[in-house]
Write a protein of this length. Structure first.
Length: 558
């Protein structure tokens, strides 16, 4: 199986020398069409070396001026979260890191980098009095500043965060999932807000925590007035390979699986995501995504906070109650980056009333990413058509693909390309035979009516992030399939790649490989006479939560 590690073309020309070498070698392999399963392992090694060089180069962009005409994209300036935060606190202590709109509209609660650091240190001191390094801390909190403070307190304490949601979730399925997570992670400490803490006794039989100590986020505030250490606690730094947190999968089709995410994992992935989306210092993000979900925690909190730009959050429940809040928040905050699953864009298109759009200006948005569940062409087209009259640029649509087992971000389209329609033979897709493109509207901008009866619009999820690789493989023979053949998506990432808790990676053909369970195909597309890309088209996503699952997630994580 040869590696398909296609470099994105997003106009950014700041590359580490090692990363550029990997990109060129991958293109050469793709052009030759040669290689076997061992090739992807060699790419892992090269990508690992390149990732270290890439991280160093990105750190320099944060802390120093570069030559004229060099683009500075926002990136995590170190390989562990503790060092990243210390750098930000020293360089931009008074810069706003996170805003949370408690009422979903105007009641803003804010944390600068210095304030976030101070609160995280105080809570870390409490955690260390009740636990030891590498103990697991279950975060059963609602979305908000306490969640973010508690997460970073775990990092400062040298402990392992386990993002979850409050135990008073209204649906029994949520409690059952939380019970499986608690039983699997064996947490030493559980953090709950005061309301959940007081009501926990009534459900303790249904949610055994195996002797975990229950703490509230405000325990640190009370501790300052007691006999504790008012200066808080923070380790010097964390080893890049040290575990930062356990990210549990949705569990929509099986028991939730804990993905071990190292400090290097998260720093590399948020930097790759920031680069893929073209994020810069001075960007502003707006998000309603639940913080226990990887798209919410990593994509909408850790990416902006670690990469040094501001994020404003609202509760997922406030978005569900009135989807127009998302749009109004973007306009009011002049946000440049936002995102969500397919259903969120459809919800806005279908449920937001014209009267709620008076004075709405979405012209600040540069990236509106869409991922997590199957992305429909009609959804993206409908959203763009409905809101383009209110300043939304259709080219801001950014389809992407990620999975918890790859930390989060894995592929994304070219920034500013939007979501041009691409059509394939529907009958060929169903039979898993070579698929021909029934219509190349990216190139021609018009439909072939003769082919409409047997074509299906499929959204491109773009090309692989820097330092990552993917291939389309026959799941039965483990052989790499040519372009335009439907098969299983296999992926690999940087040297420090996340893995499943108490479960090794799948091994086929004698080589460890990440099997995603997703079906897709690759189709070569020329962006210019000299460069070509192989965007991935996802066809079936068995692990992705559907609209109903997302609604359940949001009600739990609000």
């Amino acid at each position: 199986m040869s590696v398909i590690n296609t470099p994105r073309q997003d106009g950014v020309n700041l590359h580490a020398a090692g990363a550029a070498t990997v990109e060129n070698a991958a293109e050469d392999r793709a052009d030759r069409g040669a290689g076997d399963v061992a090739a992807i392992t060699a790419a892992d090694s090269a990508a690992g070396s390149a990732t270290s060089a890439m991280t160093n180069a990105m750190a320099e962009t944060v802390t120093a001026n570069t030559a004229p005409h060099t683009v500075n994209w926002a990136a995590a300036p170190a390989n562990d979260l503790v060092s990243v935060m210390k750098l930000h606190v020293s360089q931009r202590p008074d810069q706003l890191a996170v805003r949370f709109l408690a009422d979903g509209d105007a009641d803003a609660r804010e944390l600068t980098y210095a304030a976030l650091d101070e609160r995280a240190r105080r809570l870390a001191a409490v955690l260390r009095r009740h636990g030891a390094p590498n103990d697991r801390v279950l975060l059963m909190l609602q979305s908000g500043l306490d969640y973010i403070v508690s997460f970073f307190a775990c990092q400062y304490a040298g402990m392992i965060a386990v993002p979850a949601y409050p135990p008073d979730a209204p649906q029994s399925a949520h409690l059952a999932r939380l019970r499986r997570i608690a039983g699997d992670c064996k947490a030493r400490i559980a953090v709950l807000d005061r309301t959940s803490h007081e009501s926990f006794a009534s459900i303790s039989d249904e949610l055994p925590l195996h002797g975990a100590t229950l703490l509230s986020p405000d325990a640190a505030d009370r501790d300052v007035h007691g006999n504790g250490n008012g200066n808080g606690f923070c380790i010097d730094s964390a080893a890049p390979d040290a575990v930062s947190f356990l990210q549990y999968t949705s569990g929509s089709t099986s028991s939730p699986k804990g993905v071990i995410v190292s400090h290097a994992n998260i720093c590399a992935n948020v930097s790759a995501m920031s680069r893929g989306m073209g994020c810069r210092a001075g960007d502003r993000m707006f998000s309603w995504l639940p913080l226990y979900h990887d798209m919410g925690l990593i994509g909408s909190v850790l990416m902006p906070v670690l990469c040094g730009f501001q994020v404003t959050l609202i509760s997922p429940l406030h978005f569900l109650e009135r989807p127009a809040r998302w749009l109004a928040g973007i306009a009011r905050e002049r946000a440049t980056v936002t995102g969500g699953p397919d259903f969120a864009y459809r919800l806005c298109t279908d449920r937001v009333r014209d009267a709620q759009l008076a004075g709405l200006d979405l012209s600040s948005l540069r990236v509106a990413f869409c991922g997590s569940e199957p992305i429909r062409q009609t959804t993206l087209d409908g959203f763009a058509a409905r809101f383009s009259t209110h300043g939304f640029d259709p080219h801001a649509m950014y389809a992407c693909y990620g999975l918890a087992e790859a930390t989060l971000f894995f592929t994304g389209v070219e920034v500013g390309s939007g979501a041009p329609e691409t059509r394939f033979s529907a009958s060929a897709l169903a039979r898993r035979v070579p698929v021909g493109r029934g219509n190349d509207s990216e190139k021609h901008g018009e439909k072939d009516n003769a082919a409409d009866d047997d074509t299906k619009a499929v959204v491109s999820c773009g090309v692989t992030a820097l330092g990552h690789a993917l291939a389309i493989v026959d799941p039965d023979t483990c052989e790499r399939l040519p372009d335009r053949h439907v098969g299983e998506v296999w992926c690999s990432g940087p040297r420090h790649h996340s893995r499943l808790l108490a479960q090794s990676r799948s091994e086929r053909c004698g080589v460890p490989r990440r099997r995603t369970g997703f079906s897709g195909t690759l189709a070569t597309h020329r962006r210019s006479r000299l460069r070509r890309t192989r965007p991935i088209f996802l066809l079936r996503t068995p692990q992705g939560p559907d609209r109903a699952a997302w609604r359940k997630h949001l009600s739990a994580g609000s």
